[in-house]
Design a binder for this molecule. Structure first.
Ligand code: QUE
Length: 355
């Protein structure tokens, strides 16, 4: 029998979740999502579980994202398949459970945390990053959009930072993620086991559980070094606060600096349609509830799963053929029409709603 893709254990008051697909950077399969749905609600009620701790197996990743290669294969081999319908729905239901979880949800992030991995960590009460931490919402690279509640947390970051991260797929290390509030502490990788033991040994019963977790983590927290973002925020705000993608590109061009030039080069490799729908997503999700955000994102996900969408071409180029040369359609920002964008926000037959 093959090893379980996700491990669950209750030990010393902690519910431990290990994402266990290290060969694919612990990317989340539909099976893992369904297993979480089977376990997490029970743990919320179980007095033996005082807090949940999530980690990734292996030494490279917490979680690289959703298993988009699996989605690609299904769409290629079985056009009538249901994975594309159920995967996003069940994933977003878990994201919302984590956001509303009644107990501390603590992610110990010792490596790559991108896309769907961020959806398992950022909505919890505590995220801890190590020297190996690497964050991104990289979906515009593969013709998707920053989902799993990206519309919620990205719109709550300082200034235009969320828009910048969402459009460019830009990566952050621990010091910048800490500055942005994406994680709450920096702890060296070598001390994570000890931190977990200290959490298990602490009194997490009662209403102050989150404060207790804060205090335990603080005992292990170290200086992550100086963040680079503060020096870039003026430019980020000036260039990425514009209402439209052509304006953002024009702002970067007229900036003329080295940093702006790098961002322009990055944007040119990404899906123009993805960037346009992402900008609209952030506009529509700003100041909305978590649940409203997930309803919007579910509609978007289903539009991205239609045949011929940039999603297939992006996954093909990045994860299947690995030529890194996607031929997106339309190929330029100027080619994206309002109607193309609007089609991603129409209600779907099985809209995702919460009661
Ligand atoms: C954008 C993404 C993902 C990505 C690359 C992107 C993503 C994802 C993976 C990934 C990486 C390694 C694996 C794997 C998947 O890459 O969501 O199975 O082994 O899961 O540019 O959104």
């Amino acid at each position: 029998m093959s090893e379980a893709e996700i491990l669950f254990e209750v030990k010393d008051g902690l519910g431990l979740i290990t994402l266990n697909r290290p060969k694919v950077l612990n990317s989340i399969s539909h099976g893992m999502i369904l297993e979480m749905e089977r376990m997490i609600p029970g743990w919320e009620r179980d007095p033996a579980v005082k807090a949940v701790v999530v980690r990734g197996a292996g030494d490279r990743a917490f979680c690289a994202g959703g298993d988009v290669a699996g989605l690609y294969r299904e769409m290629r081999d079985n056009p009538a398949g249901t994975l594309r319908r159920d995967f996003f729905r069940d994933e977003y239901i878990i994201n919302r459970r984590i956001y509303r979880y009644a107990k501390p949800w603590i992610s110990l992030i010792d490596g790559i945390d991108m896309g769907g991995g961020v959806g398992l960590s950022v909505h919890g009460s505590h995220s801890v990053a190590t020297e190996k931490f690497l964050f991104a919402m990289p979906e515009t690279t593969i013709g998707l959009f920053p989902d799993v509640g990206g519309g919620y947390f990205l719109t709550r970051l300082p200034g235009a930072l969320g828009t910048f991260l969402a459009l460019t797929s830009h990566r952050l290390k621990a010091a910048d993620a800490l500055w942005a509030g994406i994680v709450q502490a920096y702890v060296p990788s070598a001390r994570l086991d000890e931190l977990q033991e200290a959490l298990a040994a602490s009194d997490l019963g009662g209403a102050d559980a989150n404060r207790t977790v804060d205090a335990v983590i603080a005992r292990f927290a170290e200086d992550a070094g100086a963040p680079g973002l503060p020096a870039q925020m003026a430019t980020i705000d000036r260039c990425f606060s514009a209402g439209g993608l052509p304006e953002i590109v024009a702002n970067l061009e007229s900036d003329g600096g080295e940093w702006a030039g790098k961002q322009l080069a990055a944007l040119r490799k990404l899906s123009p349609l993805s960037m346009a729908i992402t900008l609209e997503q952030l506009k529509r999700c700003a100041n909305r509830s978590f649940e409203d955000t997930m309803t919007i994102e579910y509609r978007m996900s289903q539009a991205c799963m239609k045949a011929g969408h940039d999603f297939f071409e992006g996954v093909r180029a990045v994860l299947i053929d690995k030529d890194q040369k996607p031929r997106f359609n339309p190929p330029t920002v100027a080619g994206v029409t309002d109607a193309m964008v609007a089609a991603h926000f129409e209600p779907v037959a099985n809209d995702l709603t919460f009661d």
